[in-house]
Design a protein around this ligand. Sequence first.
Ligand SMILES: C[S@@+](CC[C@H](N)C(=O)[O-])C[C@H]1O[C@@H](n2cnc3c(N)ncnc32)[C@H](O)[C@@H]1O
Length: 452
Amino acid sequence: MTPDRLATSSRRTAKPKVTQQADVEAKSAARRHSTAKAVQPNDRATAARRLCRVLGRGDSLDSVLRRTESPFCLELIHGCLRHYFSLSAALDALLERPLRAKDLNVYCLLLVGAHQLQRMGVPAHAAVNETVAAVRPLGKPWAAGLVNGVLRRLPRTPMAMDEHPPWLRQKIQDQHPQQARALLAANNERAPMSLRVNRSRMAPEQFQQALRRAGLGFAGAWLPESIILDKPQPAETLPGFEQGWFSVQDVGAQLVGDLARKQLRNGSRVLDACAAPGGKLFHLLESRLELEAVALEASSRRLAVLEKIAQRLGHRQFKALAADATRWDCRRPFDFVLVDAPCSGTGTLRRNPDIKVNRTAAQVAQATLLQERLLKNLWRMVRPGGNLLYCTCSMLAEENDQVVDAFIQASADAQPRRITLPTGQATRLGWQMLPTERATDGFYTALIAKQP
Ligand SMILES: C[S@@+](CC[C@H](N)C(=O)[O-])C[C@H]1O[C@@H](n2cnc3c(N)ncnc32)[C@H](O)[C@@H]1O
């Protein structure tokens, strides 16, 4: 069964009953616990169910994970997606014929078993026996012999692969020829966990002391408010989570937020046009400047998440609107417009390995059209002499410089401004950070001034 056949054959099928039941259980459990034990009895079956939704329905990894997932279960899910291409190639070579689409959960369980054997160092007897046992909670007892047979024959050494789909590998090689090898490798690393201290609640030094008192190791990054933890752990278990002392945010995103903040002064009227979940908006509100801020977000579900986070962090000084920023209109122009555009997310593959499996080149082209429409409409909202900051978490030029270039060509009053950030590299019209730096995901940003 090739990855392509697997992904397309079973996508958009009805949600399996077993998954609905698991969702109900997980949600009610999530109400009782905020963090989970290291290993839980049904981890392998749970991991197979979550993978089934990502591979079968194209759901995002973020949307299928529950707060109750144990660290072991999370490693199974992330690892299977991170190494999907080599794991599935090894399994496909052993399967006599493809599994039926309705047995995708069995295939996902095979991935879970293969990952334990090839990458996690779980002793073979435990990996095989426990994975075989997981066919029962999945409602597929007939598959015990199949899972047992395939896992026992599976080579213990992983296939040497870069774990990217061909279309994305090609784009990375074409667009980043010098760094392509390092980038492909970096995309399979684990991203560090980074925090942004909420400076409207406390000084960065105070938060650092709280981390030290809790015995947690960390390093600083380029901004005083940036913290990189030595070891990731659930945010709820860190000091001051409920009190809103910090946010979890990639350091690259923080550098973009800092660049935005440098364009503002007291009284600036600011529009964040694609705001949820609010990371960059809240960074600006933590700047101690008096701002008149408006946050737009097309998804009311995501806007609700933004508002909940705002409550935890204690941010009230902004107006939130559910609106489509490609059509939204406002009579009073803004001094500064932030367009943190929806994109392929190809700069965040370390955190979102599902993107490697589910994203297609056609979706990237679709995203580009949306980015162009966003810029075109939002430019009208920038006052003459004001600025627009465009950013994506993509490493692909068609969503970055090429979008900005087309926009500038079509807008006589748009002038790109030179920017320099402490990490990454200049592009023709903006700045690109890449995950090869390790501390940051891949972010692109460009600053455009409107002629007075
Ligand atoms: C990259 S995320 C923004 C991240 C956010 N700025 C932050 O720092 O946390 C892009 C957001 O744009 C929203 N979006 C997509 N299309 C939109 C549109 N036409 N108008 C407004 N928001 C849109 C998405 O729902 C998503 O929440």
